[in-house]
Design a protein around this ligand. Sequence first.
Ligand SMILES: C[S@@+](CC[C@H](N)C(=O)[O-])C[C@H]1O[C@@H](n2cnc3c(N)ncnc32)[C@H](O)[C@@H]1O
Length: 493
Amino acid sequence: MAHCLAACWKQGDTNVRFADPAVGTGSFYSAALQVFGPGRIASAVGIEVDPRFHAAANNLWASRGLQLVQGDFTEWIADRVGVNQPNLILANPPYVRHHHVPRGEKERLRRLIRKTCGVEVSGLAGLYVYFLLLVTAWMKDGGLAAWLVPSEFMDVNYGAALKQVLTTQVTLERLHRFDPAIAQFGDALVSSVVLLLRKSPPVPGHTVAFTYGGTLTQPAVTQHIPVSVLHSARKWTAYPGSNHDRHRAPSGPGEVTLGDLFRITRGIATGANKFFILPRAEARRLCLPDSLLRPILPSPRLLRHTVIERAPDGYPRIDPQLCLLDCRLPEHTVERCHPPLWEYLRLAQTHGLPDRYLCRKRVPWYRQEQREPAPFLCTYMGRGQDDHRPFRFIWNRSDAIATNLYLMLFPRTSLAQILEQTPARVSEIHALLNAVTGYELRQEGRVYGGGLHKIEPGELARISAARFIERLPGLVEALGRQDRPLPRSVGLA
Ligand SMILES: C[S@@+](CC[C@H](N)C(=O)[O-])C[C@H]1O[C@@H](n2cnc3c(N)ncnc32)[C@H](O)[C@@H]1O
């Protein structure tokens, strides 16, 4: 990263004013010293919250020109934007996810960003987004920065403020995305990118070098993307795109997508699967009442079939059959009318289940979310490169519902009408879902370090429904969307 910055350093004799807001033991300062040489570094500051890392960095680098500050960078910077502005940043900020940032702290950070950067950050943003925006506000105009950050902001809504800054307020020179299948850091369950940017607005026609795979110095793929395209692009991980990716580009605004044809929701979160989901045989052994049990599918890992057949009682024809304890009766009724179930619930109490996060919020604590069985399911996470799809579409002919390891797809609007009129077409719909390629799924989903892909309902909903419309042209008319653009690969004839 330091070499990349040195290659962009156009500031003649200007001396380096280095800063790292999350300096750790100071490996980036070490790199800057090697690449730029101590003679060119006029000043250097590193901030570190952890006293042990601070002490280690102090031992290593204080005598070699690095001023070390022990404290929280986001507090330290609050009244220093505009003071001692650095012109060279090398940083790998903390990857703390939003739900680990206390609410009051998040509000303070959002106010600070509003004041210093003039943008509104989503409450779902991880700490690294605040670091990047604050440091950018602090930097000297024309200064250079290299950031190693998670790639998540490239695709998710919380990345919008950062993407806005990266396309309007600074010149993003390069964005390198590491191949997520090759985790960069053993302990980071995220996939990573390096951003190289200059603090000056982009000139008209500027293009950003998007590189992917290989190494930072020898990437496997490079594509130059106009910043104007990035400005309105929803998924930055679509770049650099392969020929396969371009074959089906991400759906554009107003295009008919899976979300127009299916209502897509996560399966239920029970709060304690081991307690609420049990083999049917075990439920019988415990004499739990049948009327308070309903069929549920096992984890996708244990589900070999892609078509789940229905037994006469509605349970799936799989072995073992599982059931969900789905009881809304108040405790006194359970105690009076269903003693074996009451015993089972009391067992959970001795293990503290009612105090668990989800159970605590329910009345009674064992009440479950309500879902109808969905005819189609999509597994929520998985692995798969190239043609191999990370997620599976399952045709569920049984009455089983599913946990949140699945997304549930309920046909809606015109698709629901078509299936009502001709139920036999359901297998065709399953085949069309299975025709969604691995490239499309990966493009809309998100990827974590080690190559684990996940897809949320909103992301699955954005996948183009082109194939459905090619096969069932009546869908568009029934959608009443003649005024909407058709998916790109579909002719208007
Ligand atoms: C991903 S590590 C960076 C490691 C560093 N590049 C090095 O050479 O060791 C992030 C560092 O930020 C520190 N950190 C976390 N929160 C911080 C905060 N609010 N202010 C300053 N440093 C912080 C962590 O203690 C950790 O050392």
